[in-house]
Design a protein around this ligand. Sequence first.
Ligand code: B12
Length: 227
Amino acid sequence: MRAQGLIAELSQALSPRGLILRGGFNFDLSDVAPPGLSGAPAKAVLLVGQAGAAPWPHFSRWRESQPVDFENPLDTWSREIIDDVAEETGALAVYPSDKPYLPFQQWAMRAEGLKPSPLGILMHPEYGLWHAYRGALLFDIELPIQSPETVNHLCDACIGKPCLKGCPVNAYSEAGFAYHDCLAHVRGTYGEDCRTGGCLDRNACPYGTTYRYPAGVQAFHMAAFAR
Ligand code: B12
């Protein structure tokens, strides 16, 4: 497969579905690279994801046309698209929810130079906390990928850290993410705001707000989390 033009070709194939390439890198000899299509350790990875809720209208239309409601519809939709793109480009598609989990966030930090916010979600200089990864493409060849530019980590300059003050059960703190406290609150009597409008801490972040997911999209993700 010709490496030149590949990235432009992939971007073109993904954009009609609201998906974008989120950078990538060539694995080093010191990396434990997952196997590519050939079964040998992959040489390169490109991440596929979203900025804001751009895939949502495409996903919603697809969902209406499905005869049954899948257990993980967004994953199923993503697989349909990204598997196709992988086949066309000689790559192996892998997914964030595949087990054992692949280190998507570590890959993303390397691919786009991002760092984690206090919430664990990576902070993007433009999209803030409103972005995600839907899959990755593993290649058996090296790709002409440039290293990311140095990114200004917005959390460093954020004085008040409102993201650590919005949660009624203080689920995010320096001690990490209190998963069980969050889950119990979201499922409980007083979790209505989180269930309908999404995580209060995430919504308190002042950055990238034009990319914030609409309430209905956040409710969809929260329902999946609380299931
Ligand atoms: C398991 C998991 C969780 C667990 C966390 C358990 C834990 N303490 O590790 C739970 C269920 C709590 C969780 C919740 C959420 N998650 Co989550 N999660 C994952 C998943 C599937 C695997 C993580 C992992 O173990 N990776 C394996 C290790 C080896 O890889 P890694 O890159 O080193 O992993 C890093 C993360 O695990 C991170 N981390 C550790 N704890 C937590 C907790 C949270 C909340 C987050 C975001 C990250 C995080 O630190 C690790 C070191 O860098 C990843 C996808 C993936 N494959 O990485 C998504 C992922 C990290 N989650 C993500 C998100 C957005 C969330 C939510 C914020 C939103 C949602 N999906 O509903 C929620 C939080 C709920 C809320 N209050 O709103 C995104 C983050 C994207 C980004 N922009 O950075 C990912 C990458 C999925 C995706 N499709 O994009 N998640």
